[in-house]
Design a protein around this ligand. Structure first.
Ligand code: ATP
Length: 357
């Protein structure tokens, strides 16, 4: 029996609803596979915990999480608590404390889900965006002086280190190599950002020599938005800086149909720490508690988690179950359906137990 320990942190808004649905799906998969066990421990951290204890998680939160094989995370954000507290109090300390430097975002048009792109269907858009998740434009390097005065100055310094750029490039080239098309696009802006992004380009070139079977090209980030929209088939694996990938992956999510289906993984490729798997969406206050949150992003990130845990068979089965259910039209209102969270979850569980996955 293979065993994996998973820390489930639903946290805020619709987070507990979709993570709860995901845990049910993992239990179904465990039953279906028979030779694997997911030992899930739930943590009640988040804004509710903050209201009681004044912190989003206990002081030894990271030590508590460290022994787990993976973290299955919902969302943070509450109407009555500033974002910098919810984000910097829980999600970012986990990402940074566990050096999850590769943020991996698969995008695909699922069967049954409409894309705003004309003449594009499932199969025409199948990307994985790799986002540098530890430095770059979001390194937190900068400051403000003369606050409120006419001469006020604010700086926001993007930080690119050789170690940081090389490790994300290696991850991206290896991921591209593992996918059938072996195709990588390196997103840059070295025409305008003449230091950090020139280093970025140079290191891409150096790393590419170790992956001779990967075909790769370079795109300026502005031109990349056009290519993603007009020629989605020409792309496969994409690597970009923290800021660029942040923006491009929102575009990717919109082109694939909805935020409710977009997953992400925060990976420590060296496996020194647990990696964290979460839907891209936030806490979605407008629909919290209504039972209509789309659980597909949470299921798809569970697929990423299973792949990371070496459970390729389980990952494949879950992804096929998701596709069968989407194709059958059992979907939540955000993607044009009439089903609620529980009905979609029940349908995915039934598909897992069905004969055609
Ligand atoms: P945050 O600041 O926490 O990221 P946000 O309001 O900017 O929150 P989301 O919470 O992701 O972003 O929500 C954006 C919109 O998408 C909302 O209208 C929300 O209802 C919808 N949405 C997000 N996730 C889902 C989901 N899983 N199912 C259905 N609708 C969703």
């Amino acid at each position: 029996m293979r065993e994996h320990s998973i820390a489930a942190i639903g946290a805020d808004g619709i987070g507990p609803e979709v993570i709860g649905a995901g845990v049910r799906v993992l239990e179904a998969l465990q039953q279906r596979l028979g030779d694997v066990r997911f030992n899930v421990t739930s943590f009640d951290w988040g804004s509710g915990y903050y209201r009681k204890h004044g912190v989003m998680m206990p002081a030894d939160g990271l030590q508590q999480l460290k022994p787990f094989d993976a973290i299955y995370f919902g969302a943070v954000g509450a109407a009555d608590i500033p974002d910098h507290i919810t984000l910097w109090g829980l999600r970012l300390p986990i990402c940074q404390g566990f050096d999850q430097y590769a943020n991996v975002r698969p995008t695909r048009i699922l069967p049954g889900i409409a894309t705003p792109l004309r003449d594009v269907g499932p199969g025409d858009l199948d990307w994985v965006i790799v986002r540098e998740n530890s430095e770059g434009e979001y390194a937190g390097n900068g400051g403000r002086t003369h606050r409120g005065m006419p001469e006020e100055v604010a700086t926001e310094v993007a930080v690119f280190t050789r170690v940081g750029v090389e490790r994300i490039m290696r991850y991206a080239f290896a991921l591209a190599q593992a996918r059938p098309r072996k195709l990588l696009t390196v997103v840059t802006k070295s025409n305008a950002q003449r230091f950090g992004l020139v280093l970025w380009d140079e290191i891409a070139e150096l790393v590419s020599r170790d992956f001779p079977d990967v075909t790769w090209d370079k795109m300026l980030v502005d031109a990349m938005t056009v290519r993603m929209t007009l020629d989605p088939k020409s792309l496969d694996t994409i690597v970009a800086t923290n800021l660029h990938a942040d923006i491009l992956s929102d575009l990717a999510g919109a082109l694939a149909g909805s935020l409710g289906v977009a997953p992400t993984a925060n990976i420590d490729p060296q496996r020194r720490y647990p990696s964290m798997f979460e839907p891209i969406h936030g806490s979605a206050f407008d629909i919290t508690g209504k039972g209509i949150a789309n659980p597909i992003a949470a299921f798809w990130t569970a697929v990423q988690m299973l792949e990371h845990l070496g459970e390729a068979d389980g990952a494949g089965r879950l992804m096929r179950a998701i596709e069968i259910v989407c194709a059958s039209g059992v979907m939540t209102p955000d993607v044009g359906g009439k089903a609620n969270t529980q009905e979609v979850t029940d349908a995915v569980i039934a598909a897992i137990h069905g004969s055609n996955v």
